[in-house]
Design a protein. Structure first.
Length: 284
């Protein structure tokens, strides 16, 4: 298993890093589109569709993403879209987690399928727009989720259930604790402050999300960092409850040793559009 994880990680990095740092954003947007299409296929399978229906989900997602690219949405400011996407994730995330695993099948299948494809489309559009803005801006979004996950893991291992008497969502993800969530939030706050100071010291040509927020006030930076870290947990929990409802351990086996694409991007699904929403609001 470890060997598979390492090999898969090396292959992914060999594809993603050159695409990320290519002078044009096109290669990265194409790679992201392929991954999102794979995630849409997994979404269809997790929600009871056969092979043909799952492929249809992937095709629909590709059409939405490619159509958005064709009409020039990657270069446009879309504050209304990001506000709707961000608010929708906050409301839907709270509703789904409250309903738990048992509540997921009660939602009509068509609604689940359409909502999932739209969420994947919004995530792709957000990450593609972020790459068009600049590598520093994009990395500040991606690293946020990675840091939140790493700090949550180690904080959970070190302090889990030492300050609280119950886990975060035992019926959805038994391994998560409130201490882990707090650790992830603390890690993201440290990251945000450090990245902002680095931007200023290096006089970054393209400011990160954190620098944009800090320009409006350090208090806003801290609140936004905590909020984004919390929403990354929401994305993880939503995917976990969907998998539990489907009786699946992983979203697929597309990434040997790592599970599926959704398993790797679940926390990014809410944070990417929310980051674009915050960037749009601060720009205004």
């Amino acid at each position: 298993m470890l060997k598979q994880r390492i090999i898969t990680a090396i292959v992914l990095l060999a594809i993603l890093l050159p695409a990320l740092f290519w002078p044009s954003p096109v290669p990265f947007c194409v790679v992201a589109l392929i991954l999102i299409a794979a995630a849409a296929w997994e979404w269809g399978k997790l929600n009871g569709l056969g092979q043909g229906g799952a492929v249809g989900c992937a095709v629909a997602c590709v059409v939405l993403c490619a159509g958005s690219w064709y009409v020039g949405l990657l270069e446009r400011q879309l504050p209304a879209l990001w506000l709707v996407a961000g608010v929708s994730w906050v409301i839907a995330g709270a509703f789904l987690i409250r309903g738990g695993v048992a509540g997921w099948p009660r939602i009509p299948q068509t609604v689940r399928i359409v909502a999932g494809v739209l969420a994947l489309w919004a995530a792709w559009l957000a990450v593609a727009q972020a790459r068009v803005i600049g590598i520093n801006f994009l990395l500040s979004l991606l690293v946020l989720v990675w840091v939140a996950d790493i700090f949550a893991y180690f904080a959970g291992r070190a302090f889990g259930l030492k300050f609280t008497k119950r886990k975060l969502a035992p019926a959805i993800s038994p391994g998560k604790s409130w201490e882990g969530v707090w650790g992830g939030m603390a890690g993201v706050v440290v990251l945000a402050v450090a990245w902002t100071l680095a931007d200023r010291a290096l006089q970054a040509d393209v400011p990160s999300l954190y620098s944009r927020l800090a320009a409006q006030g350090w208090w806003l930076l801290v609140i936004a960092a905590v909020f984004m870290a919390a929403m990354s947990v929401v994305g993880d929990l939503v995917e976990s409850l969907v998998k539990r409802s489907a009786g699946a351990k992983d979203s697929s086996n597309l990434l040997p040793g790592h599970g599926g694409v959704l398993d790797r991007v679940d926390a990014l699904l809410p944070t990417l559009p929310l980051a674009m929403m915050l960037a749009s609001l601060t720009a205004r």
